[in-house]
Design a binder for this molecule. Structure first.
Ligand SMILES: [Mn+2]
Length: 635
């Protein structure tokens, strides 16, 4: 599987909240990155339809790619596993043509979780922790402020307390401390009598901090999933599947996933299936928020985690699900990624990430409720600030003096990149704003907040454009920068921003072809609307949870007729009734209201969609969730 795992120093999850919060319409937009990263496997026939121009439209023209797997492979798999051909087709398109592998995929079980002791250094780490617990040595968990990091703290803190350890936590502040470990924190811990520091979701490249801890007689246990340097830091144990000498079979674990493996090893046979499942709820939240591929062990984690979240026990979890409107619902990866994770992340963006840890470690229901409501409020503040900055950024892209953007809505000419900067922009949300701009313009984008003459930037990219390599090309402009292919962070003196914009554009111009600037929509199968029924929906449920590595299946229906005029919901969303022959279906386009005026009754449309269940006034029905549409004729 394709996975981008370069160690990076600034991260903000691509969490976007486009989903309507009202309870009337339940739906789950998939994690967006999933589509662009889906791997097309050998033997798969791909028909690229290009991005046919829709004369009435000037935005979001998508290139449809119809994926058709080798028919023999589909037939063989369907036959061997006794599954419907459509399931087999979807499995083959996801690279799961081996019957044994496909069978495991279809039937996740806790037995599929690997032995934690397969991870290098696990024995040493557990031995050291057991000794610390016996001697009642003080332990510090050094966390991170994003959801993966805070959930890792929760998992480890809960387990260590359960076995009677003396344990404290440090979670860096996003704005004042930034990503990574600091010497001062370790020195303070040593002065406070800590004997062990366990890092979670961070640490594998912290040579200086870990070296200093060693001088002070503090043992470090690193748990991390970022790529290590060739030389490892002088820690007493380093748990990281990406270590070149680590034989652990699954390289895709998130930070909380690695922390969970340590917990599994530490609790050992004291961990019944029930205990494992109780932890997996929290592990799943961090795993989804970090957008790691939901295959292998991550699929098992998220499968059981989501199931467990439908029966929450811990007070904070119950309270948070309630404020997110998810209590008593079937919960999907989209729900976690778009509704739960942003609320947890809001803590770290707007205030302190510690709130997210406190919420999940309290046992008092009233306190939990209060904390969940505060997170919900922080999240609304975050959304407001995000909307304000987005509006300003869009205004800038429309200004005549603006040099950093493609002309709005004009996709084929103009610039190949987008760079916007402003004073007073909140640094906690610029990464999300960059993501929103990428979704709109589909260009590599940098958003920069100017503060006291310094520009703090965050970037997001498109498939096929390596962001850090682009920043490498202008390295002398930065005070510091880092990241990976799809997301990056940096800072530089504000007066250098125009030069950065010019050089970033030059680099993008040299790297990107015209077709790279059109988002790809992979279609799993062409169907007729008659095929979209509960039998199909059952099939789709069987392949859940969806996410990176296992994208929500997209279907295409040709020449469907629009019945009646398009409707707009809450000024934001588009609702259509479409028909093929005698079969008609409801289709909804989340955030598609601005396209309503381009559509008219009785037009014929090609529709690309996912299938979802909608709940309206206690009535459940199936609906098509529009991914793209094209008007094919006007009769
Ligand atoms: Mn992480």
């Amino acid at each position: 599987m394709l996975f981008l795992t370069v160690g990076f120093r600034w991260r903000e999850e691509p969490t976007v909240n486009h989903k309507p919060i009202d309870r009337g319409y339940q739906s789950s937009p998939q994690v967006r990155t999933a589509q662009s990263l889906m791997v097309v496997h050998a033997g798969t026939h791909v028909r690229d339809e290009g991005a046919r121009r829709d004369p009435g439209l000037q935005y979001r023209l998508m290139r449809w790619v119809i994926c058709t797997p080798h028919p023999e492979k589909v037939e063989k798999l369907a036959c061997e596993l006794g599954i419907p051909p459509l399931v087999a087709r979807l499995l083959v398109l996801r690279g799961l043509e081996d019957p044994e592998v496909a069978d495991r995929f279809l039937h996740p079980s806790l037995r599929q979780l690997h032995d934690p002791f397969l991870m290098a250094d696990m024995q040493t780490a557990v031995g050291r922790l057991r000794r610390a617990i016996e001697r009642q040595e003080k332990i510090l968990i050094y966390g991170d402020y994003d959801v993966d990091g805070t959930m890792a703290v929760v998992v480890l803190l809960t387990a260590l307390r359960a076995v009677g350890a003396r344990v404290e936590t440090h979670i860096p502040h996003r704005l004042t401390e930034g990503y990574g470990m600091r010497v001062a924190v370790v020195e303070q811990a040593a002065a406070d009598g800590c004997k062990i520091v366990i890092s979670v979701d961070t640490g594998v490249r912290e040579h200086e901090v870990i070296g200093r801890a060693r001088e002070l007689g503090v043992d470090c246990i690193v748990t991390d999933h970022h790529l290590p340097d060739a030389q490892l830091p002088p820690a007493c144990g380093i748990l990281n599947p990406h270590r070149s000498d680590c034989g652990y079979p699954d390289k895709n674990l998130s930070g909380v996933g690695v922390a969970f493996k340590l917990v599994q090893a530490l609790l050992g046979h004291g961990m019944s299936d029930r205990v494992v499942q109780s932890y997996l709820k929290i592990v799943a939240i961090g795993t989804i928020a970090d957008v790691v591929p939901l295959v292998g062990e991550n699929r098992v984690i998220v499968h059981f985690g989501l199931a467990g979240l439908e029966q929450p026990v811990q007070a904070g979890l119950r309270a948070l699900l309630e404020v997110a409107g998810l209590d008593g619902q079937h919960i999907t990866t989209g729900d976690l990624g778009f509704r739960l994770a942003p609320r947890l992340n809001a803590a770290g963006r707007m205030e302190s990430a510690r709130d997210a840890v406190d919420l999940f470690t309290t046992s008092q229901a009233d306190k939990a409720r209060e904390m969940a409501e505060r997170l919900d409020m922080r999240n609304r503040e975050r959304q407001e600030v995000e909307e304000q900055i987005l509006a300003k950024a869009l205004e800038i892209t429309q200004g005549s003096e603006f040099v950093g953007a493609a002309a709005p809505g004009r996709r084929s000419d103009g610039r190949h990149s987008l760079v916007v900067a402003g004073a007073g922009w909140h640094r906690g949300v610029i990464g999300i704003v960059a993501q929103r701009l990428v979704e709109r313009f589909y260009r590599p984008t940098l958003v920069i907040a100017i503060e006291d003459g310094v520009g703090h930037g965050s970037g997001r990219s498109i498939a096929g454009f390596h962001l850090v390599e682009a920043l490498d090309a202008a390295r002398e402009l930065f005070d510091r920068y880092g990241g990976h292919a799809q997301a990056a962070g940096f800072s530089l003196p504000a007066e250098r921003i125009p030069e950065l914009a010019a050089r970033f554009e030059r680099h993008a111009h040299s790297m990107l072809r015209a077709e790279d600037l059109e988002p790809v929509l992979r279609v799993d199968a062409e169907v007729s609307l008659r095929d979209v029924d509960y039998k199909l929906y059952q099939v789709l449920r069987q392949l859940e949870p969806y996410g990176l590595g296992n994208p929500t299946p997209v279907f295409a229906a040709r020449s469907a007729q629009l019945l009646g005029p398009p409707r707009v919901l809450k000024d934001k969303h588009l609702k259509l009734r479409v028909a093929q022959g005698t079969k008609s279906s409801e289709a909804v386009g989340w955030g598609w209201a601005e396209r309503a005026h381009t559509l008219a009754a009785s037009q014929r449309l090609d529709l690309a969609f996912t299938v979802d269940e909608s709940l309206y006034q206690d009535m459940v029905s199936l609906q098509l969730v529009i991914k793209d549409l094209r008007v094919t004729s006007d009769d």
